[in-house]
Design a protein. Structure first.
Length: 644
């Protein structure tokens, strides 16, 4: 590596702080309301580019001069990043214990521990999945994913540059090749697995490396300084348009454009004059850039807490969030971030201090901390799914059939000759077959109750997360394989159901599923139901409206929000327009009848509870009380089919 390849000085550049200010404003506004800054998430990409540029500008000259210490570099990063990161995690955990949903405290504490250990990106990927999902947005540590990516980069990148110097390689081509390889990988991964492309450092490295390229690029003498200031102003305007006006998209092209424009602005600015110089060195903007790290860490937990306790935001709530964020950021920048960074504090003590919030994480996970609410004014919401769950594992059945034991086990065996799970054997010849995923289990207890009342036999095939339909004739290659089914077991399950359908002589077949996950399989579903309807009338259970809040116990959430005394409790629902259309088309098939969930909907909300009963168990399953609410109508519809 040659010294002359490095063209960046280490002198302070206020315009970079202004660029940070623009990026953090975009992120905060986007998190407040995407309508305020439609592509504000790209502010993180700007941070990545700036980090790559600044770190390389610091490291590369020292390596070239033989004056670089890897240990000293990591010590500076520890003092710069970790004190504030530890403080925000600690305060967020404390606030979570009192203000956030207690049922999720165990998950939040794990998220906090992952943030402390700089693996938040991995935690979010494997536990919450998509960054854009509702479940991810409930954790107050979601934003730590980007900090973890940067910290992972800071660990490996200096080692790479040392190896480049040791083997006397030219730094620019090496970084350029790695940058290009990472971008190509990111581009392909975005199509194959968008979540992995979003969170994993190998697919995000190109954004930091493109900043590194700018730091080591050797331009012709004074070339950039001779360009008109208008060029840098145009770049700034285009970045603003991308962040604030471009429609929200998840294409890699948006990321690429904002990174290129950021680099162009960094390289072009040294020759800027006039309006551009005044904008970039505007004191309030520069100050916001200085505290941008604090703003970034504080803003998201504050937003999550406010969201948890306010259904609709007005100017007052937004002002409170921004005011609290700015106040905490200014204080933590002055008292923690800047003071420790410039002090003689031993970095080892900073690391040791991280044991305090880490211990707190384990404490919150322990039985010493209550994670539930006492339900006092409602019936406790029940869900009898496991009573009807059938699985090919663990239990061997006799050919006579499986009978539900008094205390149901977690799994039931499956055999082709058992006709599934024999929930009730009646004296009459009338027989009912229930097919379903977890939504089949949701209705199963009420179906069983009706069958016992009417003296009808009931057999069922209900398996969580597994489609109740399949291609006929069976195509083993197209059968889905889930965590609870191997390929061979999936085939056995399909064959058992088909044999039951063909030989069971049922008077009615009931089909229930979470249809939203199967919309793309409409052709297979239609053919399957048509096949069923040739042997017996088919009742298709419509999917209940799905709540916006994911994976919550609704009864617990009602008490968390203090709504237990309300006459009627409503929560926001998701748009299931495609599901409604699918169900309507299925209802037009011969010998097919629809059974509606009966849940009351009011525009964009649904009634989840009244003063005595909670109708939902979680975000997409009715509770036993919710299913029981429809029992009379279910019995009437089943009688209209089975009773001559």
């Amino acid at each position: 590596m040659k010294k002359e390849e490095l063209n960046q000085s280490l002198s302070y550049r206020p315009e970079l702080d202004s660029l940070r200010a623009l990026a953090v404003m975009a992120v905060v506004l986007f998190h407040l309301d995407a309508k305020l800054c439609m592509s504000g998430h790209l502010g993180v990409d700007i941070f990545f580019v700036l980090s790559g540029f600044l770190i390389t500008s610091i490291i590369a000259p020292k390596i070239a001069a033989g004056d670089f210490s890897l240990v000293n570099f990591w010590e500076r990063r520890i003092k710069r990043i970790l004190p504030l990161a530890f403080l925000v995690v600690t305060c967020t955990l404390l606030a979570s214990q009192f203000f956030l949903f207690r049922n999720e405290l165990k998950e939040f504490s794990t998220d906090g521990a992952a943030s402390l250990l700089s693996v938040a990106n991995l935690r979010m990927l494997f536990s919450n999945g998509s960054y854009w999902g509702g479940q991810a947005e409930r954790t107050p540590f979601l934003h730590y994913w980007s900090l973890s990516v940067e910290e992972q980069f800071y660990f490996f990148f200096p080692i790479l540059l040392l190896l480049v110097a040791k083997f006397r390689l030219r730094i620019f081509p090496v970084i350029a090749i790695l940058c290009f390889a990472s971008f190509i990988a990111y581009m392909f991964e975005s199509h194959r697995s968008p979540d992995s492309a979003f969170y994993l450092p190998q697919f995000r490295a190109w954004e930091l490396l493109i900043g590194a390229l700018a730091a080591v690029w050797k331009s012709p003498p004074n070339l950039l300084r001779r360009l008109p200031s208008a060029f840098s102003l145009i770049c700034l305007i285009m970045i603003g348009v991308l962040l604030f006006m471009a429609p929200l998209g998840k294409s890699f092209l948006q990321n690429l454009f904002v990174c290129i424009l950021t680099i162009a602005l960094i390289l072009l600015y040294p020759g800027a004059k006039g309006v551009m110089k005044k904008i970039a060195e505007f004191a309030p903007l520069v100050y916001l850039g200085k505290i941008s790290f604090s703003v970034y860490l504080w803003h998201w937990p504050i937003i999550v807490i406010f969201k948890e306790h306010s259904n609709e935001w007005g100017a007052g709530e937004v002002s409170a969030i921004l005011g609290l964020t700015f106040t905490l950021s200014a204080l933590s920048y002055a008292l923690i971030e800047n003071r420790i960074r410039l002090s003689q504090v031993n970095p080892g003590w900073v690391l040791v201090s991280g044991l305090i919030p880490l211990t707190y994480c384990f404490f919150l996970r322990s039985p010493l901390v209550s994670k539930t609410y006492r339900v006092t004014q409602h019936e406790v919401p029940e869900f009898y799914f496991l009573k009807f769950e059938i699985s090919p594992k663990n239990v061997k059945l006799s050919p006579l059939g499986a009978v539900v034991p008094p205390k149901p086990k977690m799994n039931f065996g499956l055999h082709r000759e058992t006709h599934g799970l024999e929930s009730y054997r009646a004296d009459s010849e009338s027989r009912v077959l229930l097919l379903g995923d977890s939504h089949g289990g949701m209705w199963a207890n009420q179906v069983l109750s009706v069958c016992k009342e009417q003296n009808w036999s009931l057999n069922s095939f209900v398996c969580q997360g597994y489609p109740p339909f399949f291609e006929i004739p069976i195509n083993p290659e197209k059968l889905p394989v889930r965590k609870n089914f191997s390929k061979a077991e999936a085939r056995e399950y399909a064959e058992a159901r088909l044999q039951t359908i063909d030989t069971g002589k049922y008077d009615a077949i009931l089909l229930a599923a979470r249809w939203e996950v199967y919309v793309r399989d409409e052709e297979v579903i239609t053919k399957f139901i048509s096949y069923l309807s040739k042997s017996a009338p088919v009742i298709v259970f419509c999917q209940p409206p799905r709540l916006e809040l994911e994976n919550i116990r609704v009864g617990q959430y009602v008490y968390h929000r203090g709504w237990q005394n309300k006459e009627e409790i409503l929560l926001a629902k998701r748009d299931l327009g495609k599901v409604k259309s699918l169900e309507a088309r299925l209802g037009l098939l011969p010998n097919v009848f629809l059974f509606d969930s009966g849940i009351v909907e009011q525009q964009s909300q649904v009634v989840v509870a009244d003063k005595n009963r909670v109708f939902y168990f979680d975000d997409d399953h009715l509770s036993e009380q919710g299913a029981e609410f429809r029992r009379v109508d279910l019995a009437e519809q089943m009688r209209s089919i089975l009773v001559p």
